[in-house]
Ligand binder design. Structure first.
Ligand SMILES: NC(=O)c1ccc[n+]([C@@H]2O[C@H](COP(=O)([O-])OP(=O)(O)OC[C@H]3O[C@@H](n4cnc5c(N)ncnc54)[C@H](OP(=O)(O)O)[C@@H]3O)[C@@H](O)[C@H]2O)c1
Length: 256
């Protein structure tokens, strides 16, 4: 039977690439979630295989119930991917920036999981939370974003342990710089010295597949970013010097 997969943020970038990848490689019946209905409908038509659409703002209170009601009582995989970065310094964006970022990148996935967990327990299915390398290595201008992704990383680790007894697998994918609409990585792509740092949504889609279906716990994409994460843990002074104005800080704050 075709696995039923809910993908939030499926109207562009990583979510769209994941829908295409899972429909092709796993024969998935995709449930596409985001706000832009026109894009989702077009993608659903392209995918075929019973793909359907829930056009909703995932940060709205009723969104988890709307997604659950759309399903016919069965779900194999939930990919919590919808997210955004507003890229404000704290003295510009203040608490309001932190609040809206946490609402979308942390509270919304938690609430969607809460609504869909009974179905996932029944199918002994998987959750993939798309967090970020930024949740492990913070940079200026993206403090709220990093905080939201750090919260998602940590909470996912706890939920993985809690749900193992129920047969539900909870995993994370931590992308580095990936060229998408919301994260265009223009500065990095403009310079030959930094172009290598930018990867594609298709690479992230493969990692999401591995976490969902082969039950890996965590995937960093591209894998080379593991070195940044290790450097932050093992040599924080060096990491702080680099993020304050060095190799992977861009003046626009473009990036994860
Ligand atoms: N690209 C990177 O460098 C990078 C790095 C690390 C992590 N990530 C994470 O990867 C995920 C996908 O990002 P992306 O790079 O693919 O960016 P993207 O192309 O901008 O896609 C973001 C998706 O999220 C949806 N979305 C945003 N706000 C929403 C809301 N309130 N309700 C429902 N859907 C919403 C958007 O759809 P609508 O506008 O149609 O609602 C869109 O489909 C995000 O969680 C992001 O934090 C990206």
């Amino acid at each position: 039977m075709a696995p039923v997969v809910v993908i939030t943020g499926a109207s562009s970038g990583i979510g769209e690439a994941t829908a295409r990848h899972l429909a092709r490689s796993r024969g998935a019946r995709c449930v596409l979630v985001a706000r832009r209905a026109d894009r989702l409908e077009k993608l659903a038509q392209e995918l075929g295989n019973g793909a359907s659409v829930v056009a909703v703002d995932v940060a709205e209170g009723e969104a988890p119930r709307q997604i659950r009601d759309h399903l016919d009582g069965h779900l194999d995989v939930l990919v919590n991917n919808a997210g955004a970065a507003w890229r404000e310094r704290f003295d510009d964006g203040g608490w309001e920036d932190v609040r809206r970022t946490m609402e979308l990148n942390f509270n919304a996935p938690v609430r969607i999981i809460e609504a869909l967990l009974p179905l996932l327990r029944e199918s002994r299915g998987s959750v993939v939370n798309v967090a970020s390398v930024a949740g492990r290595v913070a940079r200026p201008n993206t403090g709220a974003y990093s905080a939201s992704k750090a919260a998602l990383n940590a909470w996912s680790d706890a939920l993985r342990a809690e749900e193992a007894d129920h047969g539900v697998h909870v995993g994370t994918v931590l992308p580095g710089f990936i060229k998408t609409e919301g994260f265009p990585a223009r500065e990095l792509l403009a310079k030959p010295a930094t172009r290598w740092m930018v990867s594609t949504p298709e690479r992230v889609a493969e990692a999401i597949d591995a976490v969902a279906f082969d039950r890996h716990s965590e995937r960093i994409v591209p894998r080379g970013y593991t070195a940044f994460v290790a450097a932050r843990a093992l040599a924080p002074g060096l990491a702080f010097r680099m993020t304050r104005g060095g190799a992977f800080t861009t003046s626009t704050g473009d990036g994860e």
